[in-house]
Write a protein that binds this ligand. Structure first.
Ligand SMILES: [Zn+2]
Ligand SMILES: [Zn+2]
Length: 369
């Protein structure tokens, strides 16, 4: 294959419920970036809001999709710290190297290069990667070939399979990094509500840390997944005594040390906040468009002395221990439960339909197939 013959194949969703693979020019890069042959692009919101109603965030649109992924470096510029053949995890977005997030080793989502208020929508995040590389493709994950800043690549150890490394983004990775930020540790009680793929990532992280996990869950498919992961305490939040049952499972009935919301809706958020002990921590990891919650600073924050936090993505300071966790056999066993479906990108529509059905955990797209 000559250089001129190289093409990229890109997934598009031209209208809700329809996908099309289209040909684009092969990516071009400038220094500081690498071209990666993506192997797995895990499905995030592409398979729910985008597929069913074309509800995009600022960084994607019908022809630019996907942000999670793992693959193999195929091209770098002279002087790179990476080489063709390196297997890597791609953490989403660009890297400016100068802002608060970059200099403090925080999540690249918060880098100024990815901020549409600073860069404009056309210059921020993955679109910004294409623009800064003057490339006609490759900014996004649901493409055969992708561009990423080397600062957001992490090498995958030889003994770690792609399918486990691919849990480093918006599933186990997000749960792990949020729990590092909250210092979740052995002996803690972690209450998790609204069980989707982000919450499942939190469950794996909490069990890995030897915390006691209590799940608030109603979807029978996901209740079964939680049981298979090893969660012993699953409570239906519609039951009138749910709060008493949660408290019975906590030290001195004082409430959970940490609560995590994966739903993004008030139904779970209000319940979770009410079940956390004094000086406990509340984590918002789910988001639902348009959803709002009535929050009283006195009753929800000051009176219970709660810390409320949330964070997209993975802080770069957590990457090494995240990979160490992914090498753990029990984490891998739980990732096997979490990843319920894998599809070739050529059958992406089936993957997205399954995600809309909620009869699934995390779904992987194999982009070369
Ligand atoms: Zn930055
Ligand atoms: Zn994601």
């Amino acid at each position: 294959m000559t250089l001129e013959q190289r093409k990229n194949i890109v997934l598009t969703i031209p209208e809700p419920g329809k996908f099309k693979l289209v040909e684009r020019p092969f990516p071009t890069i400038t220094s500081g970036y690498a071209i990666i042959k993506t192997e797995i692009a895990p499905v995030c919101l592409e398979g729910s809001r985008i597929w069913s109603s074309h509800d995009f965030e600022f960084h994607d649109d019908p022809t630019h999709l996907g942000h999670e992924g793992v693959g193999t470096v195929i091209e770098v510029m002279p002087g790179s710290n990476f080489a063709a053949g390196d297997r890597v995890i791609v953490f989403q977005g660009d890297h400016c190297g100068r802002c608060h997030a970059c200099t403090s080793a925080l999540s690249p989502t918060y880098c100024d290069a990815n901020d549409p208020d600073i860069q404009g929508i056309e210059g921020a995040a993955m679109r910004g990667i294409e623009k800064r590389n003057q490339s006609a493709s490759g900014g996004f994950a649901m493409e055969r070939y992708r561009i990423a800043p080397e600062a957001n690549l992490v090498g995958i150890p030889d003994e770690l399979e792609f399918r486990y490394a691919a849990a480093a983004n918006c599933s186990f990775g997000v749960g792990f990094s949020n729990q590092e930020a909250m210092d979740v540790k052995a002996g803690d009680t972690v209450l998790i509500g609204g069980i989707g793929f982000i919450a499942l990532g939190h469950v794996i992280s909490a069990l890995y840390r030897n915390a006691r996990v209590i799940a608030l869950a109603r979807n029978p498919y996901r209740v079964d997944m939680l049981r298979r992961m090893g969660v012993e305490h699953i409570i239906d939040p519609d039951e009138p005594d749910w709060l008493e049952r949660v408290k019975d499972l906590t030290f001195n009935r004082q409430g959970a040390d940490v609560a995590v919301d994966g739903s993004g809706v008030a139904y779970y958020q209000e319940k979770l906040m009410s079940a956390v002990r004094k000086y406990g921590k509340v984590n918002f990891s789910g988001h639902t468009p348009g959803a709002k919650i009535q929050l009283s600073p006195l009753h929800h924050v000051i009176d219970p002395a709660h810390t409320i936090m949330g964070q997209h993505d993975v802080r770069s300071l957590d990457r090494e221990y995240l990979i160490r966790a992914l090498l753990d056999s029990q984490v891998q066993r739980m990732v096997d439960v979490m990843v319920t479906h894998e599809f070739p990108m050529s059958r992406a529509g089936e993957a997205f339909d399954v995600q809309v059905s909620k009869q699934c955990g995390k779904i992987y797209l194999w982009t070369q197939e």
